[in-house]
Design a protein around this ligand. Structure first.
Ligand code: UD1
Ligand code: UDP
Length: 349
């Protein structure tokens, strides 16, 4: 089974690392990696390949940043050339970025079967670039690996049940696998326990609106604990016009293992990240989602996650709530990667 994996953005490196690791011990599964170059800073890309042992991409298309249309077009052109040369049995895409939809579109025009990992997620907000990417990708893919039963239900409503398979959540596999590694690597680091909030902001809906961004920084400035913020370069470029207090400690983006370490010691999480909302839930850290909706509705159960947008007073109020006690399992058993490989091996046409 020759699979071309298309990745390009930080969360995709983490998701793809699960499959790459399993593929190393499966002689029937050949995993060839194409990096679109969507993320390119060392701390947004290389660090994940090094830390997580992801094989060096056979191709790096080096598309870099740009407007949605221009960036997607460059990816599409580069991926098409690679696929025509490599002639894989299937193309594997992850999540909902521009790299995802480009990979799927290029493969569909060449009639190469497409498998989409993290299928069936919906925010029902079509102003989000990610929502367009995931709807388009799901509808042109051939195999849809859904992380949760809710995602399966949403795919069924869109007439995609026949192509859907409940794999479990691949990011849950990853957290379970790397938790101990992160603990060992950072155990001698003195970091206070539950005395700070961990925060990230990078989504277009927050960064493109200066007023919203200012509201978030104002809320963080007034929280009852310091806020540690590994900041995405998109947001870093915008904060010179933002006022905030010394309660916020901004640092460079960190590697995945360090992120797990910072998360496991934090009191709570404030984020607009999809991945971090889930990781907070996996590690039993309450989360405040800095968006107006979430795709990961399972995390809302029992008050583990509150979707508050940029409402300052509500953020300050909900941050003070005690940690919920009850939690349900929604994200599988940590074997999503294994199921995905087995399924693909069994469906070679
Ligand atoms: C992208 C995804 C988003 C995902 C996020 C993960 C799309 C439409 N968006 O958003 O769904 O949550 O990745 O992190 O695909 N930049 C750098 N260095 C880098 C990468 C980016 O400086 O290595 C800066 C550039 O100024 C760039 C901006 O960040 O214009 C945005 O990067 P881009 O990849 O377009 O979108 P993300 O916000 O990263
Ligand atoms: N992450 C990381 N370092 C950071 C911030 C996030 O390793 O400085 C990880 C985080 O643990 C999660 C993934 O990156 O696994 C989420 O990526 P991001 O928030 O960029 O994208 P999203 O999930 O919103 O698409």
């Amino acid at each position: 089974m020759k699979v071309v994996t298309i990745i390009g953005a930080r969360p995709q490196f983490i998701k793809a690392s699960v499959i790459s690791r399993l593929a190393k011990s499966d002689p029937t599964f050949d995993d060839l990696i194409v990096h679109t170059g969507q993320h390119y800073d060392a701390n947004m890309s290389d660090i994940f390949f090094e830390e997580l042992g992801i094989p060096k991409p056979k191709y790096n298309l080096e598309v870099g940043s740009g407007l949605h249309g221009a960036q997607t077009a460059k990816m599409l052109q580069g991926i098409e050339e690679v696929l025509m040369k490599e002639k894989p049995d299937a193309v594997l895409v992850y999540g909902d970025t521009n790299s995802t939809v480009s990979g799927a579109l290029a493969a569909s025009k060449l009639h190469i079967p497409i498998a989409h990992v993290e299928a069936g997620l919906r925010s029902f907000n079509r102003k989000m670039p990610e929502e367009i990417n995931r709807i388009a990708t799901d509808h042109i893919s051939d195999i849809l690996f859904a992380p949760t039963q809710n995602a399966m239900n949403l795919l069924r409503k869109e007439g995609l049940a026949d192509k859907s398979f409940l794999s479990g959540d691949i990011m849950y596999d990853s957290v379970l696998y790397y938790q101990q590694t992160a603990f060992k690597k950072y155990q001698s680091t003195a970091l206070p326990f539950e005395e700070y909030y961990l925060a990230t902001i990078h989504r277009q809906e927050n960064t493109d609106d200066v007023q919203k961004l200012q509201q978030l920084f104002t809320a963080f400035s007034n929280l009852d604990k310091p806020v540690l913020m590994p900041l995405h370069p998109r947001t870093r470029k915008l904060i010179e016009n933002i006022n905030y207090s010394k309660n916020i400690l901004i640092i460079e983006p960190v590697g995945y293992l360090e992120l797990l370490h910072l998360l496991s010691h934090s009191a709570k999480v404030l984020t607009d990240s999809g991945g971090l909302q889930k990781e907070a839930f996996f590690l039993s850290k309450p989360c405040i989602t800095l968006r107006d909706e979430t795709e990961w509705v399972e995390t809302l159960d029992n008050g583990w996650n509150y979707v508050l947008g940029c409402k300052i007073n509500e953020i300050l109020e909900k941050a003070k709530l005690p940690i919920p006690t009850a939690k349900n399992d929604y994200f599988g058993d940590g074997n999503a990667g294994k199921r995905i490989i087995e399924y693909l091996n069994g469906h070679k046409s």
